[in-house]
Each structure stands twice: as structure tokens, then as C-alpha cells.
Design a protein around this ligand. Sequence first.
Ligand SMILES: NC(=O)c1ccc[n+]([C@@H]2O[C@H](COP(=O)([O-])OP(=O)(O)OC[C@H]3O[C@@H](n4cnc5c(N)ncnc54)[C@H](OP(=O)(O)O)[C@@H]3O)[C@@H](O)[C@H]2O)c1
Length: 290
Amino acid sequence: MNILITGANGQLGSEINDIKDNYKAHNLIFKGSSALDICNYNQLESFLVENNIEAVINCAAYTAVDKAEKEQGIAKEVNAIGVLNIVNALKKTEGKCIHISTDYVFDGNSFLPYQEEDEINPIGVYGNTKREGELAILDNDIDAIVIRTSWLYSSCGNNFVKTMMRLGNEREELGVIFDQVGTPTYAKDLAKTCLEILTNKEKEKISRNGKLYHFSNEGVASWFDFATAIMDISNTNCNVKPIETKDYPTLAKRPHFSVLNKSKIKKDFGIEIPYWREALKQCISKLNHK
Ligand SMILES: NC(=O)c1ccc[n+]([C@@H]2O[C@H](COP(=O)([O-])OP(=O)(O)OC[C@H]3O[C@@H](n4cnc5c(N)ncnc54)[C@H](OP(=O)(O)O)[C@@H]3O)[C@@H](O)[C@H]2O)c1
């Protein structure tokens, strides 16, 4: 199968690239934003048709959650119109698509892990534009799924894990929010899941039981718990103290609770998901060997 990975230089794209050798039976084609712009429909369609692309994993996104509050136009262009471009181009090649969305489509007022069919209510520009991108997939008749994920980190790119390790080496004490609860996701685990879904029985439809799925690592944590585990596992001598959301103002509001229920993806695709702390150990071990 010819599989295109868009946004290939981001966290998820880089992790897919890192495990590509396990999928040598397939032709994985990696394109970053400068080589292939999902907002440029003509370029995208020509590329898909000329290279006979049979599946796309869309890792391209505008992910700057706070900046999006001021840059609504470009966030919508990439997160909504770009996804529709992929859908329309895939109609020409009759290809499949895995598109990645976010826990930020929920308002965070629940106290039970979110299921796929739960009511969405994004509370910021980023979440709203990502919801529009979901609808581009859900409202169109192509073999595609949306995987919502949360708190993504990786050994590549900028993320919470790397920031905490850096700050932990610079400071003796760090205040981290304890009243936002979710689940960290190691991008390597999501990368594996995407490739397993696409390549396992490749002739089967991937949109088996509806098009929406949730994926994160297992378990629950606050940002404070996550930061404490990062310091602990990386042997960083920094005292993490819990602070409230109101003490760390940001441009965009974040959901207070965004734990995702992953029963459906596990059942439909037979996936086993590591506990978040075990996944974190793997990522930090990789960072230590870089
Ligand atoms: N990060 C999180 O905590 C998180 C949480 C939940 C869900 N998600 C979702 O998970 C997915 C992967 O996130 P990530 O953390 O891997 O994102 P990321 O590291 O920010 O990577 C996104 C990539 O998309 C590229 N891109 C931007 N505009 C593009 C365009 N017009 N055409 C092609 N590529 C473009 C970027 O390239 P440039 O850098 O060159 O612009 C970047 O390399 C996204 O859909 C995101 O919304 C992320």
C-alpha cells in the first residue's frame, strides 16, 4: 500500500518515521509542510493521483493552542479546510484516511472518561477548528476514521516532557497545574496504532463501527502528576508544587477534564495500550540515549 504521511516533521509524523522499518511491506511516503501543503488543493490532488496514494495519515495540524486565539484564519485553514482538501483528493484515488483530532473538542465538564458519541462543545479556537476538521471526515463518504488523542508528547519536537526536563534542570522549584486532569499520550504508541489499523488486513474497511475513535495511553493524571513523574523518572532534582489553573493564566481556556474512554478502539482493532507512566519511561529513556 502507498501510504502518505502529511505533516511528517511534527511529533506524530516523526514517530511514524521512526518505526517505518517495521512496515517494510508498504511504501510509506513522508512529506513535511514545505514539500506538501495540505492547504494547497491542486498540489495535494496531483500528488495523490500521480503517486497512487492509497491511504493518508494526516499528522498535519495547526497546534499552537494559545496563538490560535489570535490566528483563527490560519488555524481554520489548516485544521478544517486542509482536512477537507485531503478528503476531496482521496475521493479521486479511492484511498483511506486516518485523521487525528483532539480532546479539546470537549468542554471538560464531565467527570467520566469521554466516549466517542458524547456531546462535543469546544471552548477555544483550536478545538473549534479541529471539530470542523472532524466534520470534513464524518460528513463525507470515504473510508476514513478520526482518532481523538490527548496530551501528546514525543522524544522529537517541543512538548511538556522536554520543557519540564529543561526547567527542572534550571530551577529548584516549579509550580504545575493540578486541577486539569487528562491522560498523556506517547506519540510512538499512537504512531503504532495508526500503522496497525491501516496495514492489518489492508483490504478491510477501517471505518468499521462508525468513524470516531479515542486513543491515549491508559490511566489518568493531572499536569502536576505528569510533571512529578517526569522529574522522578528522569532523576531531575526539582520540587514540583501544585498550583491552580487561575494561577497560570493562558490565552486559550483548557478543559478541566479530558480523559478519553478507549474501549471502542481496543475492541474494534484488538489494540493493547500501555499505561501512561510506562510509556513515559520509554520516552525518557530514548531522550537520555539521544
Ligand atoms: N500536541 C498535542 O498535545 C496534541 C493533543 C491532542 C491532539 N493532537 C493532534 O495530534 C496531531 C499531531 O500533533 P503533533 O503534536 O504531532 O503536531 P505538531 O508536532 O505540531 O506537528 C504538526 C505538523 O503539521 C505541519 N503543518 C502545519 N501546517 C501544515 C500544512 N498546511 N500542510 C502540511 N503540514 C502542515 C507542521 O509543519 P510546520 O512546523 O512546518 O508548520 C508540523 O510539522 C494533530 O492533529 C494535533 O491536533 C495533538
